[in-house]
Write a protein that binds this ligand. Structure first.
Ligand code: GUN
Length: 286
């Protein structure tokens, strides 16, 4: 058996078209959504991610503001920059690109972002709301994965979802969102013993551990849906996921490729969150 491909580029495009329509409707009311991105230092990977975010923001008709700060910026200066954006009515979403230099407390910076503009969904207030199922901004990668599952007609209710990885950004919120959709959720991580025992039980297997081709076909149950969040370079310098695509696709019923699976969805959901924020701000201002 060869599983079908879950095409994040095509699904992302479909959602971006919907977002574009939402942006047009807001502009007709005199409200243009705006996203501000703060980039600290000159981490090359971060710069590439931020450039892609900016390009996509402009493509859907939103205002994009990039604030570049040197790696030597003080915590106080960065917090002042966030505070200014919190009070800027033309900005609906604020994203501070992570990681930050070591001398800056990331948690402090995340907490300084107004929860109503926290389109990353990282603020503890928004994380808390997400866990108790209240309307809020959802962390973009797990939110994008839910969209991939829903738009490919993947049943979640009653299914066993196994998540490999427990980061605050992906693994932990992913489990909560699947639980809300009535999946039975198992978390695995670097200290899990006999990992394959768990992954082989998964109807839906989500892998976010940051290790190239770590999960192979032998870890996958026949007919499972496999979602690969990884973004690594293999021994030849080629982009690859945390899943060994060649062997896993022979066992899975559906699988995301890398690139072109989860990646395009993350930016898409950032735009969706920014639109949601702008809609709320616009309805309050009218
Ligand atoms: N660095 C890597 N991924 C992300 C993300 O989703 N948001 C932010 N702010 N920084 C990141």
């Amino acid at each position: 058996m060869t599983g079908s491909l879950i095409d994040g580029v095509a699904i992302g495009k479909e959602i971006r078209e919907e977002i574009k329509e939402g942006v047009t409707a807001l502009k007709e009311k005199g409200c243009q959504p705006g996203l501000a991105v703060i980039l600290v230092g000159d981490n090359q990977a971060s710069r590439t991610y931020v450039k892609n975010k900016q390009k996509s923001t402009l493509e859907v008709g939103m205002k994009s503001e990039l604030i570049e700060l040197p790696a030597t910026v003080t915590e106080e200066e960065l917090l002042a920059c966030v505070a200014k954006l919190n009070n800027d009515e033309s900005i609906n979403g604020i994203l501070v690109q992570l990681p930050l230099p070591n001398h800056i407390d990331e948690n402090l910076v995340i907490r300084a972002i107004a929860p109503a503009k926290d389109v990353d969904g990282f603020h503890p207030e928004n994380v808390g709301k997400m866990i108790i199922g209240q309307q809020t901004f959802l962390s973009c990668t797990p939110y994008g994965i839910i969209e991939l599952l829903e738009r490919t007609g993947t049943e979640m209710s009653g299914k066993h979802a196994v998540i490999v990885g427990r980061s605050n950004i992906v693994g932990k919120p992913m489990g909560q969102l699947l639980l809300q959709r009535d999946a039975t959720v198992t978390y695995c991580h670097s200290k899990t013993k006999d990992l394959a025992t768990f992954t082989k039980q998964a109807d839906i297997l989500i892998v976010a551990i940051g290790r190239a081709k770590f999960i192979t076909g032998e870890h996958v149950k026949a007919g499972a849906v496999v979602i690969d969040v990884g973004m690594n370079r293999d021994e030849n310098g080629k982009l690859c996921g945390d899943v060994d695509f060649a062997t896993a696709k022979e066992v899975a019923s559906a699988i995301t490729p890398v690139p072109g699976g989860v990646g395009p969805m993350t930016i898409t959901m950032l735009l969706k969150n920014t639109l949601q924020s702008a809609e709320q701000a616009c309805s309050q201002s009218l």
